[in-house]
Design a protein around this ligand. Structure first.
Ligand code: ADP
Ligand code: MG
Length: 264
């Protein structure tokens, strides 16, 4: 376990409220992610998972406090925040015609001074990440010509090139078949060990969510309904109450396995 309790928490969110177009979406969310920890937010559609991640990533205005590695984000300029936190959003915009290597280079934007070109170090960072994610063969291909799984690796590559110690992953595997899902999640977990990343993710597949996360946070209607190790959150009672789902929870090798059961 690479969780480091002696360092300040990677994420400390208190009383977070977000209102979008006059509708309050998050109603006072508290959340802590220790440095090196992997926390996954689960919850029914529309619970506010993406909104929470976007607020933590500084992509949405919010009230309450967000502190990343001991620094309140209100005090961080955009470029400085981008050096601390990298986001892979649920459906990233794919610029038409852009080659994979140019897209991954966008991750270096916070390091390139305005009106200047990228440095040799920026290009070296791109090359390193392309190697690490087994994407060298795709470098010159237009991003739009890649398959869903290949594209997902490129989105991750762009975020890693940013060199931020905190990675926010919004449903990183929802477009992938189970083989590619495992590839991407194993890769993130490996990188967590190799470069000491902290991961805050959202995920729909509950068994998979529990297998990879140290802790789960169950969000429902903009409020935290439960939080803790997967075994405490993935219970038949909590899933019935918050998803209106009838499930069986079975003990698996790496945590609970959630099986939907037909009601009639
Ligand atoms: P999740 O990721 O958990 O499915 P989201 O965070 O995407 O949920 O959305 C939470 C709620 O906020 C949903 O009910 C959604 O319709 C609503 N929402 C998202 N964006 C806006 C907006 N711009 N204006 C009003 N409501 C919004
Ligand atoms: Mg979402």
């Amino acid at each position: 376990m690479s969780v480091d309790q002696s360092r300040p928490a990677a994420v400390e969110v208190a009383g977070l409220r977000v209102t979008l177009d006059g509708t309050q979406i998050l109603h006072g969310v508290d959340l802590t992610v220790a440095a090196g920890e992997w926390v996954t937010v689960i919850g029914p559609n529309g619970a506010g998972k993406s909104t929470l991640l976007r607020a933590v990533g500084g992509l949405l205005p919010a009230t309450g406090s967000i502190t990343l590695f001991g620094t309140p984000t209100a005090r961080l300029r955009r470029r400085d925040r981008a050096r601390v936190v990298a986001t892979v959003s649920q459906s990233p915009v794919v610029p038409p015609g852009m080659a994979v290597s140019d897209y991954v280079l966008l991750g270096r934007t916070p390091y390139i001074p305005p009106l200047r070109r990228e440095s040799a170090a920026d290009l070296a960072a791109v090359t390193e990440v392309l190697h690490r994610l087994d994407l060298v063969g795709f470098a010159d291909r237009p991003l739009t010509t890649l398959s869903g799984g290949e594209r997902q690796r490129v989105f991750l590559a762009r975020a890693l090139t940013q060199g931020a110690p905190l990675l926010l992953l919004d449903e990183p595997t929802s477009a992938l078949d189970i083989g590619h899902q495992q590839d991407v999640l194993e890769l993130v977990d490996r990188l967590r060990g190799e470069v000491g990343l902290t991961v805050l993710a959202t995920m729909h597949d509950l068994s998979v969510a529990g297998e990879y996360a140290d802790r789960l946070v169950l969000l429902d209607a903009g409020r935290v309904a439960a939080a803790g190790p997967p075994g405490e959150v993935l219970t038949e009672e909590l899933l019935a109450a918050h998803y209106r789902a009838r499930v069986r929870v079975i003990d698996g090798e790496h945590g609970p396995i959630v099986v939907p059961v037909r009601t009639r």
